[in-house]
Design a protein around this ligand. Structure first.
Ligand code: EPU
Length: 352
């Protein structure tokens, strides 16, 4: 029988983060059976240590060379249909399932909705935390519930979507990062219906692929093509996708920016009082696209992606990111907020 978990000490993290930073962790717990979590958390060796769940390490920047705590990595990765009646299926997915493999699984089972989220790196358990989104779709709209271990209550819990407080790259899990460990998600996925083509680039991509019909599979293929072209490959240049969130400002601020700067992209949000700006555009206009400082750079391929071109350290990447944010603040009066989790430092824009 497999042990519920295993514990390792002084673990190199190079292969555990997509920035490929050479940090180390005091402990790494690999959990094979979710039911083993309470026993793991009760281990005397872990009692005094900060804990952090680490999935695929695709949305984290280690700003310290050593994480003096215990990383928890969930391995369970089964997917099962819980309810198949009617026009939807309810699918339960363990936190350790690789996200893109899940997207393929849903398409293979005639389910749709996740095709716009193809090729997003990471594990399914991370998806609700920052409510992953791309090409006009956020995962929150398909999440029926999130299963967690609630460390505060010392018990397993199931949060229906209404309790998850999903927002743009935001959720209750992100706002209370140390409280819950996501163990599984429940997705309610349609079996038919129109695909989401609200992102103009997606329609253009399907046209460029020979005028393909917008079936879920074709949409997934188009999304994969766009991502491969636009976003730097972490295997080539370490990165965590978008490094900043697209800033949300009042409508008045957006109108004022449009009057001062020609061509500033402004997107609608769910509230009439607010607008979303393009962080990539602001960064590029402030002159940072492709700028390299040592091995830290803002990608020449996409201005929003902070990249490690070789041997950059966490602090070097963070220094560049802070300078970019300070420069955007100075030029446009807009503050940028990092999207990935930063471990061992707080983010404050700084000119130096
Ligand atoms: N743009 C530039 N310079 C660039 C790249 C983009 O000026 O180098 C401008 C263009 O005007 C473009 C606009 O920015 O039209 C938006 O760019 P893009 O469509 O690539 O989207 P994004 O707003 O930069 C967001 C998500 C991505 C997601 C894409 C597609 C955030 C923080 N990022 O990026 O998510 O894939 O939309 O939907 O919301 C991620 O979260 O890691 C991520 C990659």
């Amino acid at each position: 029988m497999t042990a519920a978990y295993s514990l390792a000490r002084d673990v190199p993290l190079h292969d555990w983060n997509t920035f490929h930073l050479d940090a180390r962790a005091e402990r790494l717990a690999t959990v094979h059976v979710t039911a083993g979590l309470p026993a793991l958390l009760a281990e005397p060796a872990l009692r005094a240590l900060p804990l952090m769940v680490l999935g695929a390490g695709s949305n984290v920047l280690f700003a310290t060379n050593r994480f003096e705590g215990c990383l928890i990595h969930l391995r369970c990765d089964s997917i099962r249909i819980v309810d198949d009646a009617g026009g939807h299926a309810l699918v339960q997915v363990d936190a350790g399932c690789e996200w893109d493999a899940l997207v393929d699984w849903t398409l293979d089972h005639g389910l749709q909705g996740l095709e716009n989220l193809a090729l997003i790196p990471g594990q399914a358990g991370a998806a609700p935390i920052q409510n992953i989104g791309a090409y006009g779709v956020e995962v929150g709209r398909f999440i029926a519930a999130v299963h967690v271990y609630d460390r505060q209550a010392g018990a397993f819990d199931r949060l229906p979507a209404a309790r998850c407080e999903f927002g743009y790259r935001d959720s209750v899990f992100k706002r209370e990062p140390d409280r819950r460990i996501v163990t599984a998600i429940e997705l309610l996925l349609p079996k038919a219906g129109a695909t989401n083509l609200s992102y103009a680039g997606l329609r253009e991509e399907l046209a460029a692929m020979g005028g393909l019909q917008p079936t879920p599979r074709n949409v997934a293929a188009a999304v994969r093509r766009i991502r491969r072209r636009k976003l730097p490959d972490p295997a080539v240049a370490g990165n965590a996708g978008s490094f900043f969130k697209n800033p949300v400002v009042t409508r008045a601020v957006a109108v004022e920016l449009q009057s001062r700067f020609a061509g500033v992209p402004v997107y609608l949000t769910s509230t009439e009082a607010e607008r979303k700006l393009s962080a990539a555009w602001l960064i590029e206009q402030a002159g940072w696209r492709g700028v390299r400082e040592g091995d830290a750079a803002m990608s020449a391929q996409h201005a929003l992606v902070l990249v490690n071109l070789g041997r950059a350290t966490g602090p070097q990447l963070l220094t560049l990111a802070r300078r970019v944010a300070a420069s955007v603040q100075e030029k446009f009066g807009v503050s940028l907020e990092p999207e990935p989790r930063i471990v061992g430092a707080t983010f404050q824009p700084r000119r130096a």
